[in-house]
Design a protein around this ligand. Structure first.
Ligand SMILES: Cc1ncc(COP(=O)(O)O)c(C=O)c1O
Length: 441
């Protein structure tokens, strides 16, 4: 029983996600508060948030409008059944999301996370074809180095080896496009690289191999984030769109990190002028404050399911917390905050400053590439021979000690600050990172 615990704060009780648990528990790093651009640590220090939490607090921390909306909603309608019953704000939020999405997006299906949005979209893709009498279209095509969350569908279409290799045979009938990282041709590119649109042509090879009539969907991140920020080569996404359309294959953009202003537009689909059939979102939808995700779908995808007797459920899929009232209230207040403060436009305006600041790190010890888009940045380091990931992880720890929060994946440092960051704070983030890189092994 909990009351018998000798040590109520035993760190071992919590098995932490995507964390070096043993290292952490020897030397814990704890946040106890947050406001706007800063976290407060348990030892009372301020840490500048260079990652918007985990790419999610796009409006910064503890924003009053969002906090108040959650408080008010919790006291008014805490929970309502999500199946066969509704409550108004889930509908309102769906409309507010569509207001800022590409015109072709017509319906919103709620989930609780990016991973669940991905599973939902993959299932919708297969169900869509079946509903149209095309039930042989079950194959799913992802991409090497892709990240689509951690559930079975997501790791199957995903292409990050460490996330896949431990978990058995995964979902069958999946194939992968090549990743788009061409360091020889594209090193030090600012924004989208020039070379690599041809990599989309590999989809034609995959289609020829399996037959278009067996393929349901292609899923990609418009900007691959978790693998260490890989921008789409110029023209690449349009090619994917053209090829999928030609063969009747659905295209899903996983916008879990690119959604809600990160690239300087509401969604990457808008930024790159390429409209998919479905978009998966989460994170910035509620400013990261309450778990919530959403899949956006075109009328064509949705309408395919709307047949049979009207009293029948059309889609046997959903979550207890789909459209949860408190999450929906947080989502509405978040989108209002983005709009009132013009944060997507702000990200676009700051992007050139961000780009210059980041690229000033060219020439710093061990930096072998820098990539950027909107308020996204990556600094790739030469790995220590025989000890991959160690240099970047040491940089992360030192950065934390010096008062900035960065993220690392492999030997790549990724940054994605809240869209409220100031130019002075960009200088502080990049200046401190420079010091860190000069000091780590
Ligand atoms: C592109 C993408 N898809 C899906 C996910 C999974 O989201 P979650 O951690 O909310 O399940 C992430 C998380 O980083 C992501 O970056």
């Amino acid at each position: 029983m909990a009351l018998d615990r000798k040590s109520p704060n035993d760190l071992n009780a919590f098995w932490m996600p995507f964390t070096a648990n043993r290292q952490f528990k020897k030397n814990p790093r704890m946040f106890v508060g947050a406001k706007d651009m800063h976290y407060t640590t348990s030892d009372g220090r301020q840490v500048l948030d260079g990652t918007a939490g985990l790419w999610c607090c796009n409006a910064g921390h503890c924003r009053p409008k969002i906090t108040e909306a959650i408080q008010k909603q919790a006291a008014e309608l805490d929970y309502a059944p999500a199946f066969q019953m509704g409550h108004p704000i889930a509908f309102e939020l769906a409309n507010r999301i569509l207001d800022i999405a590409p015109d072709e997006m017509a319906h919103v299906f709620y989930t609780n996370s990016g991973s669940e949005s991905v599973e939902t979209a993959l299932k919708l893709a297969i169900g869509y074809h079946r509903a149209r009498g095309d039930g042989a279209r079950t194959r799913l095509i992802g991409r090497e180095r892709g990240y689509h969350g951690v559930n079975f569908g997501g790791i199957s279409v995903g292409g990050i080896v460490t996330n896949r290799k431990t978990f058995g045979p995964l979902v069958p009938g999946v194939d992968h496009l090549p990743h788009t990282h061409l360091p020889e041709e594209n090193r030090w590119s600012k924004g989208c690289p020039e070379h690599g649109a041809h990599l989309a042509d590999d989809l034609e090879r995959i289609i020829a191999l399996h037959g278009a009539e067996t393929i349901a969907a292609v899923i990609v991140e418009p900007v691959a984030g978790s693998t260490g920020v890989l921008l789409p080569p110029k023209g690449y996404l349009q090619k994917l769109r053209d090829i999928t359309k030609k063969h009747g294959i659905l295209l899903i953009f996983d916008e879990v990190i690119t959604g809600f202003g990160r690239t300087g537009a509401a969604f990457a689909a808008e930024k790159y002028g390429v409209v998919p059939d479905m978009m998966t979102t989460a994170k910035g939808l509620t400013n990261g404050v309450i778990p919530m995700g959403a899949v956006l779908a075109t009328a064509e995808v949705h309408d395919a399911f709307m047949n049979g007797p009207e009293h029948m459920i059309e889609l046997f899929h959903g979550y207890t917390y789909s459209g949860n009232p408190i999450a929906a209230a947080a989502g509405i207040a978040t989108i209002e905050t983005y709009r009132e403060e013009g944060l997507f436009e702000r990200a676009a305006e700051l992007a050139p400053y961000w780009e210059e600041a980041l690229h000033s790190l060219k020439g710093v010890r061990n930096v072998i590439d820098i990539r950027n888009e909107g308020l996204i940045g990556a600094v790739e380091l030469e790995p220590i021979a025989g000890e991959p990931t160690k240099r970047a992880f040491s940089a992360f720890l030192k950065a934390y000690d010096k008062g900035i929060l960065i993220r690392t994946t492999g030997d790549i440092i990724a940054m994605s600050p809240p869209l409220i960051i100031s130019k002075e704070q960009i200088d502080e983030l990049v200046g401190t990172l420079k010091e860190v890189l000069e000091e780590v092994e």
